[in-house]
Design a protein around this ligand. Structure first.
Ligand code: NZQ
Ligand code: ZN
Length: 392
C-alpha cells in the first residue's frame, strides 16, 4: 500500500426532504451568497423555490446566477466573479450537478484572484485561496459535491481542463435522492457510468497489497450495477436512487483511492471528446472506458480477471484467465449498452475527422503521456480511439 493523506471534510446531509435545512447550514458560513444553478431543471421541479425559502428563513441574502450549461464554460465563471465582487458575496451555493458545482468552484477561486480564473485551468496559477462552496445535489454522477476538482471548458479554444485543490472541497452537500426522480433516463445512465469510471480509474492500479480498497471498489461497482436497472425501470425507486447517490460521492471523494495510484487516462481522453463535441461526460466514458480496457488488459491479466469474477460474477478459470478477463470487459460494455448508453464513437455522434488531433491533445497535458496503470503516448491513444470505432 502506498503512503497517503486522506481528509474529506465535506459535511454530507443525506435523505428525504433534507434540502429544507440548507438555509440554516449556509448561514453558518455566510449571510451573503451567490446562488448558482443550471438551465432550468431545478426551477421546474420546485427545488429552487424551496431553497430560496430556506435561505430567506435563515436570514441569508443572495444574488442569483443561473444558466450553467453541461460542460460548464469559463465565460459564465467570469460573470459570477464580477457579481460576487460587486455585491460583496463571500460564499457560493451551487444547486445542481457537476456542472453547476464546478462552475461554483471556479468562481470561488476567481473572486480573490487578480488575474483571469482560467489561469487555474491552464496551470499558470496555483490555487492559494478560495471562497467556500456549498451544494444541493440533483444528479449523482461527477462526485464534485465532495471532490477536490473542478472541470471547465473554454469555447474559444475548445479546451476542457481540470483544476484540483483541497481548497475546492465543498463545505457541505445536501443530498436528497428524491431530487433525482426527475432525471431523464439518459442522464441517469450517464451519471452511473461516470460513477463507475471514477471507481475503475482507481481500481486499475499498479499498487500492490491494497486488499481493503480493492474490495471497497468492487462493492461500490456492484452497488451501481445492481441499482441502475432498478432506477431505469422505476425512476421513483427511492432506495435504489439512494444507493446510487451515495455511491457517487464515495466513488470520488478519494476514499477508494487511498494507498493506490489511479490511472485517469480514460478521463483524459473523454475530456477531449466533450471539449470538441459537447457530449455528456458519462456517455463519453461509456465509449472510452471499454476501449481503454481492450488496450490495457494485457498489462495485468490477473487484475482484469479479478474484475470479471468479483464485479461481474464471471466464473474463475485458472487455465484460461485471459478468456475471463475479456469476458469482464464484454460484460461492462453490454451493461452500458443495455442501460441505453453509446459504446462506440459513432453512436455518440462523433465525426471521425479529428481523431488524430484528439489523441495528440489528450497527451499534451502530461508532456506527451497519459495514464499511470499503462502510460500511453499519442499513437496508443489513437489505437484506443480506433477500438472505440470497431464494429460490435
Ligand atoms: O441544467 P439543468 O437544467 O439543471 O439540467 C441538467 C443538465 O442538463 C440535468 N439535470 C441535473 N439534475 C437534474 C437534471 N434534470 C432533471 N432532474 C434533475 N434532478 O442534467 C444535465 C447534466 O447536468 P450536469 O451537472 O452537467 O451533470 P454531471 O453531474 O454529470 O456533471 C458533468 C460535468 O462534471 C464534470 C464533467 O466533465 C462535466 O463537465 N466532472 C467533474 C468532476 C469533479 N468536479 O470532480 C469529475 C468528473 O470526472 C467530471 O469530469
Ligand atoms: Zn468523471
Amino acid at each position: 500500500m502506498n503512503n497517503f493523506t486522506f481528509s474529506s471534510p465535506t459535511k454530507i446531509v443525506f435523505g428525504r426532504g433534507v434540502e429544507t435545512g440548507v438555509g440554516e447550514e449556509t448561514a453558518l458560513h455566510s449571510k451573503r451568497v451567490l446562488l448558482h444553478f443550471g438551465g432550468g431543471s431545478a426551477e421546474r421541479s420546485g427545488l429552487l423555490p424551496r431553497v430560496r425559502d430556506s435561505l430567506r428563513k435563515a436570514g441569508v441574502e443572495w444574488v442569483e446566477l443561473g444558466g450553467v450549461r453541461p460542460n460548464p464554460r469559463i465565460s459564465l465563471v467570469r460573470e459570477g466573479v464580477s457579481l460576487c465582487r460587486e455585491n460583496g458575496l463571500d460564499f457560493i451555493l451551487a444547486v445542481g450537478g457537476g456542472s453547476a458545482i464546478d462552475s461554483a468552484k471556479a468562481i470561488a477561486l476567481g473572486v480573490g484572484y487578480p488575474g483571469d480564473p482560467w489561469d487555474f485551468y491552464d496551470y499558470t496559477a496555483k490555487p492559494e485561496q478560495a471562497l467556500g462552496v456549498g451544494v444541493v445535489l440533483t444528479i449523482p454522477a461527477a462526485g464534485s459535491e465532495s471532490s477536490t476538482s473542478s472541470v471547465l471548458s473554454d469555447d474559444e479554444t475548445q479546451t476542457k481542463r481540470g483544476c484540483s485543490s483541497e481548497l475546492l472541497r465543498p463545505r457541505f452537500a445536501f443530498m436528497n435522492p428524491e431530487l433525482t426522480f426527475t432525471l431523464p433516463a439518459y442522464q441517469t445512465a450517464a451519471g452511473a457510468a461516470d460513477i463507475m469510471a471514477h471507481i475503475m480509474e482507481r481500481y486499475f492500479t499498479n499498487a500492490r497489497n491494497v486488499a481493503l480498497t480493492d474490495r471497497l471498489c468492487e462493492a461500490a461497482l456492484r452497488t451501481v450495477i445492481d441499482n441502475l436497472p432498478r432506477v431505469l425501470a422505476a425512476p421513483d425507486d427511492y432506495d435504489a436512487r439512494a444507493e446510487i447517490m451515495w455511491a457517487g460521492s464515495i466513488a470520488h471523494n478519494d476514499l477508494l483511492g487511498t494507498g493506490r495510484e489511479g490511472d485517469w487516462a480514460s478521463h483524459g481522453i473523454e475530456h477531449e471528446l466533450s471539449a470538441l463535441y459537447d457530449v455528456a461526460h458519462g456517455a463519453g466514458l461509456a465509449v472510452v472506458f471499454p476501449a481503454w480496457m481492450k488496450f490495457a488488459w494485457k498489462h495485468d491479466v490477473s487484475r482484469f480477471a479479478r474484475f470479471a469474477t468479483e464485479v461481474w460474477g464471471v466464473e474463475r478459470d485458472w487455465l484460461d484467465p485471459e478468456r475471463v478477463a475479456l469476458e469482464g470487459i464484454r460484460r461492462l460494455e453490454a451493461f452500458f449498452s443495455a442501460s441505453g448508453l453509446p459504446v462506440r464513437l459513432t453512436e455518440l455522434g462523433i465525426p471521425l475527422d479529428r481523431l488524430d488531433e484528439m489523441a495528440a491533445r489528450a497527451v499534451m497535458k502530461g508532456n506527451g503521456f497519459l495514464g499511470k496503470f499503462v502510460e500511453l503516448d499519442a499513437q496508443e491513444v489513437r489505437i484506443i480511439l480506433q477500438y472505440a470505432l470497431a464494429p460490435r
